[in-house]
Every structure is written in C-alpha cells, then in structure tokens.
Ligand binder design. Structure first.
Ligand code: MG
Ligand code: MG
Length: 257
C-alpha cells in the first residue's frame, strides 16, 4: 500500500468536506446493500456503487489504487472466507453467503472509506454471531477515539471484544488515518496494548476496520493477487467507518444522515 507517513490533522472545514464524502459513500453502500440478493453478480453491485458516487459528484477512491496491479473496481466484494479486497466480477451471490462490501469515495479532494458485512437469506448461527461481534468491535473502537487516549486503547478495545467471543483479528491489515490520501498515519491495528502508541488528537480523521476471522488470525492472498482469504478457509467479516476526532469525542462521517 501507499502510505502518507505522518498524522495530518484536519480543520473543521476539511472535516465538513469529509462528512460530505462520507455521506455519498454511505449512500453508495446502502444502494449496494439493497441490491444484495441471490443471483446478483458482484460486478452488478460494483456498477451500482459507482453510479451513486458519480451522481453525487464524487469519484471512486479504490479504482486505480496501486497494488500488484491497479485496483480495477469501485468496491471490493469479499464472500465467506474472503476477508477483504475481493474483486467484482461474474460471480453470483448465493443464499447463505456472507458478503463484505468495502467502498471509498473521493469528494473535493478528500476520501471517505467504509465497509459492512451482511448475510444473504438464511445464514448459520455462527455466521450471524461473527457479523454481530465484528460490528460491535468497530463501535468499541470508535468509543475510544477521544483526545488524550492512544491508538493502543482503540486497538485493544477491538481485539478484546473479538477475542472474548472466540474469534480472531488479522495482524496483516490495519485501520488507518484517512484524508487527502486513503492511507495516512497512524496505522490502527486491530490488536494492541492500552496506553501505547500515538496520541489521539482533535482533528484526526481515521478509518477503523475490524477484520475478523473465525478460525485463525492468518490470511493468504489468492491467485488474483488482491483477494485476501482466511488461511484455513473459515468465515470472515469486516466493518469500517471513517471517523473524525472532535473535542467532544468521535464523529462518524460515513453515515447517510
Ligand atoms: Mg475500506
Ligand atoms: Mg480502510
């Protein structure tokens, strides 16, 4: 990944623009969520997200993102054992799948980044619990995004919630600062030690993203060089919001209203 290696604080005016980016991104993700059903292809979902983003004057942030080769799509769609970075294509969603969608929007030069996981039709109790715990872990992390706390407080809150439920957090992919670049410092791992790491300060804008696996913390990358899967084939889930740190605490930017 390409990282801007310093923490860049944002002004209230810049945060207001990121809020607009976050709103567009949320509308795109909501449209995708509504379209997820058995038989829909992942490239159809991708087209829906791109249309919503462009209709509101934004641009897809992931398209062309540098990697093994430039990322080719607006969203990532990661199904079941696929944790992150699944490339949209002709694959059809099936009943019983759990589907993670990640999307980024550029608006007036600033980026918002968000993801969700949803079950399709009837899913197993384990899959339901995995999705619930992963989303809860995101909010446990968000609660810690207060001036004076440290990155380790955020990371540890996420890790604790996931592990107390018997699941695993990835060590290989992290949350991150976000702004004019998609990945800015600080990195925010999904594991850590309270009281350690960079100080959380007013004006920071970050993407928290618990990436949770049922059977192992280990991952591998598929032959397409982008799609990350659990090393043991077990189910995975991913939730993400972009959040601004204000004097009063965390403000989630990637919501529709
Ligand atoms: Mg993301
Ligand atoms: Mg992210």
């Amino acid at each position: 990944m390409v990282w801007k290696q310093r923490i860049i604080l944002k002004s209230p005016a810049e945060i207001a623009i990121m809020r607009q980016a976050g709103r567009i991104n949320a509308l795109a993700l909501e449209a995708v969520r509504q379209a997820i059903r058995p038989g829909v292809t992942t490239e159809e979902l991708d087209a829906i997200a791109e249309e919503v983003i462009r209709k509101h004057g934004g641009r897809p942030a992931f398209k062309g993102y540098p990697g093994p080769y430039p990322y080719p799509a607006t969203i990532t769609v990661s199904i079941n054992e696929e944790l992150v970075h699944g490339i949209p294509g002709p694959r059809k969603i099936k009943a019983g799948d759990i589907v993670s969608v990640d999307c980024g929007t550029i608006y007036k030069g600033f980026i918002a980044d968000s993801a969700f996981t949803v079950g399709v039709g009837e899913i197993s109790p384990l899959a339901r619990r995995l999705i619930r715990v992963t989303e809860e872990a995101l909010y446990r992390g968000i609660e810690q995004l207060r001036p004076g706390n440290r990155v380790g407080d955020v990371s540890a809150a996420i890790q604790r919630h996931v592990e107390v439920h018997g699941f695993h957090v990835t060590r290989e992919y992290t949350g991150h600062g976000v702004g004019r670049s998609m990945h800015e410092f600080p990195m925010i791992p999904n594991y850590g030690t309270p009281g350690r790491g960079a100080l959380i300060r007013e004006g920071m804008t970050v993407a928290l993203e618990p990436m949770v696996l049922v059977g192992t913390p280990k991952t591998k990358v598929k032959a397409d060089k982008w799609t990350v899967v659990s090393a043991d084939g077990s189910l995975t889930a991913h939730f993400e919001h972009t959040i601004a740190v204000t004097a009063h605490g965390p403000l989630i930017l990637t919501v529709a209203d």
